[in-house]
Design a protein around this ligand. Sequence first.
Ligand code: BGP
Length: 479
Amino acid sequence: MSTMPKDFLWGGALAAHQFEGGWDQSGKGPSVVDVMTAGAHGVAREITETVEKDKFYPNHEAIDFYSNYKEDIALFGEMGLKCLRTSIGWSRIFPNGDEAEPNEEGLQFYDNVLDELIKHGIEPVITLSHFEMPLHLAREYGGFRSRKVVDFFVRFAEVCFNRYKDKVTYWMTFNEINNKMDVENPLFLWTNSGVIVKEGENAKEIMYQAGHHELIASALAVTKGKEINPAFEIGAMVSHVPIYPYSSNPEDVMLAEESMRQRYFFPDVHIRGAYPRYALKEFEREGYNIPFEDGDEEILKNGTVDYLGFSYYMSTTVRSGAANNTTGNIVNGGLANGVENPYIQSSDWGWAIDPTGLRYTLNRLYDRYQIPLFIVENGFGAVDTMEEDGAIHDTQRIEYLKSHIEALEKAVEYDGVELLGYTPWGIIDIVSFTTGEMKKRYGMIHVDRDNEGNGSMKRSKKESFDWYKKVIETNGKQL
Ligand code: BGP
C-alpha cells in the first residue's frame, strides 16, 4: 500500500517544440528544431541550413496544441494531473534571441496557457530551454560557443521569471544539458547548444566549452530568479541512464564507475557549484581550453539549484574490452549504446526496460546530492493499435508505467528518497525528439496524426487515461 507524500506532484511532461506547433505564429522565430526533418528507426534527422519549402518538418505543426490548448488542458484536468511540465519556446519570446525587447504576442500565449492550467488546478513546471534556441543565435553567434548567448539566455529567463512570477513556482534551466556528452550524435550538441562541430575541431572540447557557458547561464539565471521571487524552486535537468558493469570483474566495475562520470559531470556542477576534480584532470590530460572568465567560480557557487530533475527511460551496460562500450545516450531512437544486458528486455526502439534501474538511480542520485529529486520524464514509446471501435488497449504502456511507479514508491517509502513528483513523458501523443516520428507514441491521449503529417488531429483517450487517473486519485495506491 503506497503512502506517498500527500503533496506528491503526479503529472505529465511535454516540450513546446514537440506538441505546440504554430512554429511561425504569434511572432515566433524559427528555433534550432524547426530546421530538423523527420528521421526514422536508426535514421538520423537532417539539420537543414534554413526551412526548405519541399521538406517536411514534423515540429512545425506537431499536434497543434497552439490552436487546441484549451481542449487539451481540459483533458489534462479530467485526468486529474496535479502538475504539467512543459517548456516556454525561447524563440516565441525572443524570435531572433538578441532583440532588446521580448515579443509580447508570445508572452501573451503563455499567459493564456498558464491561466488555463491554473484554472484546472494544474501546477505548471516550466523548462526554459528544451532544445528551442532561436535559430539566429545558432547561425549568427555559434550558439553556446559564444559567451554572448549566455547573456541572451539570462535575459530570456529574467523576462519569463518576471512575467510569470505569480503563476509558476517550479522552473528548470536546460533540458538534458548532458545529452551532448554523446558527441558522436550531432543532434545533441545542435539541440542542446546550437553548435555544429567543424572539421578539425575536437568535438569533446567544443562540447565542454559550450557546456561551460550553459552552466554559467544556468547559475546566473538561478541567482536572478531567486532575486525576483525567493519562493521559486529552480532545478537542473539531466538525462540519467545508469551504467551497469557487465560482471563482477573489477575491470567491468571500474569501467562502469568511470563511465558514470559523463552522467555526473553536469549535475555535479549544477548542484555542488564547482567543477569536479575528475573533470579538471581530464581537461589537463587532454589539453582542453575551457573558457573560464574571472568570477566564474563565484557565479557557479552562488547559482546552485534547488532540486534535480531528470529523465529516466532505460539503463545500459559496459564490459571491459567490448567493442561497443560507448555509453552515449540514445542514438537516433535506436538502442542506447553499450553491451546487451541479458537480464532485461527492450522496447520497439531498443530502449532497455528496467524499472529496478529507476529505484537504483533514485538512490544513487539522492545519496550523491542530498537534494530533492523530480522524475520529469519516464515513458514507453511504442506503436499503438486502434481497435475497430476506436479503443486503444495500451497495456504494455500501463505495465511499463506501473512497474516504474512501484520502483519510485519503493525508493520513497523504503529507501527514504526525497521525491517531488513524477511526470510521465508525452502525456499526449507528440513528435518524437530523436526520430521526429509520431508513431513512437508515449501518450495516454491518442492524436490522429501519422509520421507524414496526415490525420484529423482528433484526440481520444487510451486505456491508460483512466488507469493513470485512478493512480492520481489514490495517490499511487491503486496501480
Ligand atoms: C528526451 C527529451 C524529450 C523526449 C524524450 C523521448 O531526450 O528530453 O524531449 O523526446 O527524450 O525521446 P523520443 O521523443 O526520441 O522518444
